[in-house]
Design a protein around this ligand. Sequence first.
Ligand SMILES: [Zn+2]
Length: 431
Amino acid sequence: MLIRNIRIFTLAPEQVKKTNLRITGSEITAEGPSLMPMKAEKVVDLEGKLVLPGFVNAHTHLYSSLSRGMPTPSKAPSNFTEILEKIWWKLDVSLDAETIYYSALVGAIDALKCGTTTLVDHHASPSSIIGSLDIIKKALKQVGIRGVLCYEVTDRGGKKKRDEGLEENERFIEGNKTDEYFRGYVGAHAAFTLSDESLHLCGEMAAKHKTGVHIHVSEDVCDVNDAREKYACAVFDRLAPHKILKKESILAHCVHLTLSELKTSRDKECWLVHNPRSNMNNRVGYAKVHLFGSKFALGTDGFPSDMLEEAKFAFHKQRDSGMYENINHANLITGGQKMISQIFRKKFGTLNKGAVADLVVMNYPEPTPLEKNNLLGHYLFGMQSSMVESVMVGGKWVMKNHKIRGINEDEIFAKSRQLARKLWKKMEKIS
Ligand SMILES: [Zn+2]
């Protein structure tokens, strides 16, 4: 396929230019302004529209998709632990196969509409663990989106459920080692709900499968206090002996990491994921994002996978705080793309020859000059997800003119509304 008459917009390297792209199979095989159609080649003329690499949500929880508009607890949670206990741990334990499936479906539709082509998800459904990652995969495949999936191992439900969580991760990792669209990871909740033995088992499994651990780290000060009070050490001191701090691992939030822990994370080349909307909403504090290093990515932690919006929150939080002037804002978009390049061992986030053809077509008629040196200004102050018109994943159009192919959104949303109400009722009954 030859996509003609476009302007590509990339942040790594920073460029905006008129060109054409040739897509063969799942890859971009040529790029250049003088490319001419080959015999029998399909030609798509995009009339000067902008084309960007697909966005990546580097840390999210699709299982929370049916929580939008959910009634708040009668007594408002007063801290982070209560937010987990009164909201999220009631929700995750109430999920069954059907609600896992519809949560993933609804979350994936939201993501694709915003131009997000890959979700790095962290799943929990303690009443329905075995097979849960396959259910999510089925939903994402139906929508046409890529996924890096894991199950959240924790000790909060006892040994049997912890072991089921480990088993689910291993089964999914093994089954998706060469899948074109999916990879498995070892999911772990957070140090404060994991014993040393459980952390060890997660680290060992990741080492065995040459993958990483995807874990919440120092999201709230409760994680820091737990390590200090029960183990007389810092959170990183609990993770390090179990081979969790390594270049494949994904550490979400990292709000309360110390300067020395941040240095360790940079030395070990761990991925650190900033989740500004969630951090503000839970009032857990402001991460030292300027010290996250080059392996810094952006996640939504269960908020809709609108990466342009999340990037704007990250930017305005930083501006309002008056802190951390030297953040590389391009990383807010390119970090996740670099992360999945490492995970899939392919090139994402560029539109050069050899890159995976995950791309977004945006209708952005810019009112001011759009040039190489002001791209950030346009994406932080002008571009919106509603301008995403079409999306290609792995060389296939999965959304064309705002319509996702092969699914009936009205039917899916009618069903998900019904299921959400049932789920909320079920949660109310948990004391
Ligand atoms: Zn999270």
